[in-house]
Design a protein. Structure first.
Length: 414
């Protein structure tokens, strides 16, 4: 970064510090990953200089000879990879992608329905503090109190009672496979539009490690930077009949010029995600998560729903006599980065909930496998037993760093 070093050494140094952090720690936040060097190069390119409001061949600015090609490639790759009839790759991120769906198909005050935030849903599925919960009338389904799986009976009952315009499926903290077929049946029964938000799992879907919502959903939204391992961005896959409405909602409804550097990087990530190597990666994410879950339980941890089917694990730390926030902080000191999280039916407040949320996409991107998952479970148990012992936590951080240095991360200089 020789130009940045010279022009702005302060920011250059901070980027170096963050590089070291991403290199030397085990990153378990399930929504994060390591984008490849190729993705980073496209994302940091001169495409950031270009304005191109509109869509290919229908732009409001001249000079689109190159941009039209890039966006068309990204769209075609998205359609091909996920088997979608149509795609929009312009949403700035996952939240604006969801907002575009609401804007296209609902009016303020209309009923929309999604999984409650404190049961694993996303803010944009109708939570109070989100625009989606204040401009629209949110109906929230929950998990079954015994199984901690989505309460599909509740989904059907609430949908029949409230007849939402849009039924959202998808989650941000749900360790099990979502049955998209049931959602599709319910949506048909009540004449709702089914939107599946696959932000967390789109890499798993791309690699065939999770059932795809694309055949049964009207609309599928996603981020591009989570398990899909692309740049920060969003996209919308849809049936052809919805393309016009969605495209209009994204631009001019919600956004101005698309982020062309991001579009190019999405195209690169989609090319990478279409390889056999990525299929192996997606399956390894799940294999690692299942193995980690098993070993965490052997170390005495209680997991929500007693395991996982995907990339993500929720730990209820209270059975170990600790709560989410201090546990997450102690783990960070030990070089293991996660986030604290509510568990279903959590009696504790959201700023110090009962659990933590972890996931395997980043570790798996480094090539870590089953032995490393076993080692991680041992470290996490040691942290739980030494939550206030700074010396011990720092000792673990040293061991973590040693392991990390054996597994170079994509996009991170060694
Ligand atoms: C991460 C996430 C989003 C939002 O993505 P941003 O890019 O952070 O706006 C939306 N929905 C779900 C389910 C997510 O997990």
């Amino acid at each position: 970064m020789k130009n940045l070093d010279q022009i702005d050494p302060e920011i250059a140094q901070l980027i170096k510090d963050e590089t070291v952090r991403q290199r030397d720690k085990i990153r378990l936040i399930p929504s994060e990953n390591y984008a490849s060097s190729a993705v980073l190069e496209a994302s940091g390119s001169i495409l950031t200089n270009k304005y191109s409001e509109g869509y290919a061949k229908k732009r409001y600015y001249e000079g689109q000879q190159v941009i039209d090609q890039i966006e068309s490639i990204a769209i075609n790759r998205a359609k091909e990879l996920f088997g979608a009839e149509a795609a929009n790759v312009q949403p700035y991120s996952g939240s604006p992608a969801n907002l575009a769906v609401y804007f296209a198909f609902a009016k303020p005050g209309d009923n929309i329905m999604g999984l409650a935030l404190d049961h694993g849903g996303h803010l944009t599925h109708g939570w109070d503090v989100s625009i989606t919960g204040s401009f629209f009338n949110p109906i929230r389904y929950e998990l079954n109190p015994q199984t901690h799986l989505i309460d599909y009976d509740m989904v059907r009952d609430l949908a029949k009672k409230h007849r939402p315009k849009i039924l959202m499926a998808g989650a941000t903290a749900y360790p099990r496979i979502i049955d998209f077929n049931i959602f599709s049946e319910v949506a048909k029964e009540v004449d709702a539009l089914l939107c599946v938000d696959m932000a967390h799992i789109s890499g798993l879907v791309a690699g065939g490690a999770h059932p795809s919502p694309v055949p049964v959903a009207d609309i599928v939204t996603s981020t591009t930077h989570k398990s899909l391992r692309g740049p920060r961005g969003g996209m919308i896959l849809m049936k052809k009949k919805h393309r016009k409405a969605i495209n209009k909602a994204v631009f001019p409804g919600l956004q101005g010029g698309p982020h062309n550097h991001t579009t190019a990087a999405i195209a690169v990530a989609l090319k990478e995600a279409a390889t056999d190597e990525f299929k192996v990666y997606a399956h390894k994410i799940v294999e690692n998560a299942k193995h980690l879950a098993k070993h965490l339980m052997e170390q005495g941890f209680k997991l929500v729903s007693d395991g996982t089917d995907n990339h993500l694990i929720l730990i209820d730390a209270t059975t170990r006599g600790i709560t989410g926030k201090p546990f997450a902080k102690a783990l960070d000191t030990a070089g293991i980065v996660c986030n604290y999280n509510t568990v279903p039916f959590d009696p504790r407040p959201p700023f110090d909930p009962s659990g933590i949320r972890i996931g395997t996409p980043s570790m798996t991107s480094r090539g870590m496998g089953l032995p490393e998952m076993e080692q991680l479970a041992i470290w996490m148990n040691r942290v739980a037993e030494n939550i206030e012992n700074k010396t011990e936590l720092e000792k673990i951080a040293g061991e973590v760093k040693e392991l990390c240095n054996k597994f170079p991360a994509p996009g991170i200089p060694e």
